[in-house]
Design a protein around this ligand. Sequence first.
Ligand SMILES: Nc1ncnc2c1ncn2[C@@H]1O[C@H](COP(=O)(O)OP(=O)(O)OP(=O)(O)O)[C@@H](O)[C@H]1O
Ligand SMILES: [Mg+2]
Length: 327
Amino acid sequence: MIRFENVTKRYRGTKRPALADVDFEVERGEFVFLVGASGSGKSTCLRLILREDVPTKGRVAVLGRDLRSLANRKVPYFRRHIGSVFQDFRLLSTKTVFQNVAFTLQVTGSSRGFVQQAVPEALALVGLEGKEKRMPHELSGGEQQRVAIARALVNRPQVLLADEPTGNLDPATSVDIMQLLARINAGGTTIVMATHEAAFVDQMQRRVIELRDGELVRDETHGGYGDRSMIPQLVPEEERGAAATAALTAVQEVQRETESLEPLTAEMIASMKAAREAEASAESAPRPSGPRTHPIVLPEVDVAELGVADRLGLSDAADDEEVGPTS
Ligand SMILES: Nc1ncnc2c1ncn2[C@@H]1O[C@H](COP(=O)(O)OP(=O)(O)OP(=O)(O)O)[C@@H](O)[C@H]1O
Ligand SMILES: [Mg+2]
């Protein structure tokens, strides 16, 4: 699905290559953490996958396409198959939540009917129904990142790239976003995520690719973060550890749930809406005073949301003409 063959990337005017002879392959449905110190080449990897840049040497193939031979005019079509989210959300500040998610669909010429159907589905998937008319500045950081994820998923991409998606979020909100990404992955979407969140990586035990000074130094199927001496510790380790443990429990629960997944029915959608409305009205009730806690719970509607993921084609095989079958 994604293949790096002896990829070297040297930026103009720099002595040391940002990536040196990097080789790896990501299969459909994998969840891969890209780790390594600042400047080790993680974002460069993601940029090459997205064809924002091309290797100096070697070959990058994504979804069966050699990106070197992909004509510039075909790049926007190619990118429809790849969602991307970033640390700084990158929402359009003058557009509403709905418009932000609809924007890429509109510029790539989707029909009005498709936009009207796909945008609410994507927003439901990330738990933001009812917030369509909000402006980005009226949302919390976690909600803004959910909008960015909805925007990344609305095209039903087969691959989701995430460059430090929790980098600007507090630990509890980071857990929410990790749960969401795990759920999206459980729906079949391949995820490659660059991160400095050592605790998440340690707890989730997914594939870990570690870069050091542009070289791939570790590729482990069920790995931890590894050396964390380079990570600045702004949040106490115990707090991060607790958040990550909670995330892992939630992720394992999602994995169990997906094994007995039912197709989404009209009743399920209705009950999902009702549950959310009930939740929203409960939330608007005055909160008891005292310290706010962040319980990590997987609401029952998650299974239904996974159904939405199914309908969104997140677990689907290739549905495209532009890009050939994956390897
Ligand atoms: N556009 C550019 N021009 C020149 N050098 C660049 C450019 N982008 C990145 N680099 C250099 O390439 C190396 C790898 O950078 P990259 O952004 O991929 O690292 P990273 O692992 O994502 O780091 P961080 O964890 O800080 O985000 C660094 O030495 C960086 O300075
Ligand atoms: Mg980076």
